[in-house]
Write a protein that binds this ligand. Structure first.
Ligand code: ADP
Ligand code: MG
Length: 359
């Protein structure tokens, strides 16, 4: 069984408290991401699971066994590093076989296991190549094959795509997802790239300053974040500060510092007078150039266009509404509304598109 459990993990580097009270489970076969900005403790957490870094406190279990103080090669973990970390003087076959030899696998079975790992990453016949004879994407696939060849209970991936160029990165994330599903391996993926985390994960754990601040499915984390950090780190949002001014059974009303009256979804945890932040995703706002056609239950506010930009798949607007500068991203659906800087328009969005979080 490949369930991974971290319980109250802390890590200090001298005075730096890099990982703070981190606890989470990864179910067998589940793919989770640790998502957060640079320096928030993602790599350190992963390296403690792999055994490359010792915990300062806390306990790690893998497949019903405590592994907190085991040596790396005694743990049933496979790791893929950001910089590939292939052994440059070894062939592809020797690289992939390395973990098997360390674990005293039957030598007679090693060529077969290497061959199967190469089939899985769709590089059959590459056994005798040297790493410098491979492209960056191929090297990263070999690193993945090396991690998988030992048939680990958990696969650990530390920003494995960040050194690849944009197009290849998009292809590789699909490939990683397909391989993970095929093998059914429990996986922990570390990234600062929200799109990677959203696309790949069954569940995302958002990290901030050494702590896990939020966890949920990609849809939950994107649509209903509960922390201001996750709401601003993931996606592109407009943020307005305000005060809770009304509350009924269906809706709440926030009066913003910029003088707008904004309706949001009801929330039993908020009370009148609370200082709040209202987040609205840029793509959830609509722009109206003609007479406003919003319904009376919507947020509908007059605004002035400051800048509009054609980005290809989207068109982006910056508008002034009250004391706020709001950014709006609309899909390019072929029909592009004619607007010019200085034009007066209306902006609308549904109350359910507001994410209201107490400050
Ligand atoms: P991330 O992978 O999220 O970018 P890291 O886990 O690499 O973050 O780092 C978390 C914090 O721990 C950072 O403040 C970093 O500077 C610090 N840190 C990481 N490794 C060491 C180390 N070997 N010695 C001292 N500080 C470290
Ligand atoms: Mg890192």
């Amino acid at each position: 069984m490949g369930k991974l459990t971290l319980t109250d993990i802390n890590k200090y580097f001298k005075t730096v408290h890099a990982v703070k009270d981190v606890s989470f489970d990864v179910e067998e076969g589940e793919f989770i991401s640790l998502l957060g900005p640079s320096g928030c403790g993602k790599t350190t957490t992963l390296r403690m699971v792999a055994g490359f870094e010792e915990v300062s406190s806390g306990v790690i279990h893998l497949a019903d066994r405590e592994i907190t103080y085991d040596q790396p090669f005694q743990r049933n973990t496979g790791m893929v590093f950001q910089n590939y970390a292939l052994f440059p003087h070894m062939t592809v076959e020797q690289n992939i076989a390395f973990g098997l030899r360390m674990r005293k696998a039957d030598p007679a079975r090693i060529p077969d296991r290497v061959g199967r790992a190469l089939d899985l990453i769709q590089l059959p016949g590459y056994e005798q190549r040297m790493p410098h004879e491979l492209s960056g994407g191929q090297q990263q696939r070999i690193a993945l094959a090396r991690a998988l060849a030992i048939e680990p209970a958990v696969l650990l991936l530390d920003e494995p795509l960040s050194n690849l160029d944009a197009k290849l990165r998009e292809d590789m994330r699909i490939e990683i997802k397909q391989i993970q599903k095929k093998v059914g391996i429990t996986s922990v993926f570390v990234t600062h790239d929200q799109e990677e985390a959203l696309i790949l994960s069954d569940r995302i754990l958002v990290m901030h300053e050494g702590r896990i601040v939020e966890s949920g499915t990609p849809l939950d984390i994107y649509s209903h974040p509960t922390s201001a950090f996750a709401a601003s780190f993931i996606g592109h949002s407009n943020v307005m500060q305000g005060t809770m001014s009304e509350l009924d059974t269906e809706q709440l009303v926030v009066t913003t510092e910029g003088g707008l009256v904004v309706r949001g979804p009801k929330n039993p945890q908020l009370s009148i007078g609370d200082q709040v932040l209202v987040f609205v995703r840029q793509e959830r706002m609509s722009i109206h150039t003609g007479a406003p056609d919003g319904s009376s239950t919507q947020n509908l506010i007059p605004a002035e266009v400051l800048i509009h930009t054609f980005v290809g798949p989207t068109i982006e607007y910056i508008c002034r509404a009250g004391g706020h500068e709001l950014r709006i991203r609309r899909p390019n659906e072929g029909h592009i509304p004619r607007v010019s800087a200085g034009q007066h328009v209306h902006i609308s969005w549904e109350p359910s598109d507001c994410i209201v979080i107490r400050q």
